[in-house]
Write a protein that binds this ligand. Structure first.
Ligand SMILES: [Zn+2]
Length: 108
């Protein structure tokens, strides 16, 4: 069972067909995309849709150094601590950020 952070990251990867390392996801299906969309809260999903329209593939990004890779702002300490367990929205550009450890656990 994926948490909301993991589901959001998975949905983004499925929609673009690439994982965070730009590897092709070969076995993605519309059914899995629909399942992910159903599991993310509507408010988060609509925010994601707006981000996607603006930033396309970089709407959701990973960071392991506490810096938003989209706009290069350094995240505040409390957000860096949140990255491993929940969705974090960059204060400046709004992108959805996560720590790669949160996703490695998803595939483990
Ligand atoms: Zn940012």
């Amino acid at each position: 069972m994926l948490n909301e952070l993991q589901t959001m990251v998975r949905l983004h990867e499925l929609e673009f067909g690439l994982d965070a390392n730009a590897n092709l996801i070969p076995d993605r299906t519309e059914a899995e995309i629909a399942r992910c969309r159903a599991e993310v809260r509507p408010a988060i999903l609509s925010r994601y849709e707006r981000l996607k329209a603006r930033y396309s593939q970089t709407a959701v990004m990973e960071t392991d150094d506490g810096i938003c890779p989209g706009c290069r702002i350094t995240l505040p300490r409390y957000q860096i601590e949140q990255l491993r367990r929940s969705l974090v929205f960059c204060d400046r550009c709004g992108r959805i950020l996560y720590h790669p450890d949160a996703v490695y656990r998803m595939y483990a």
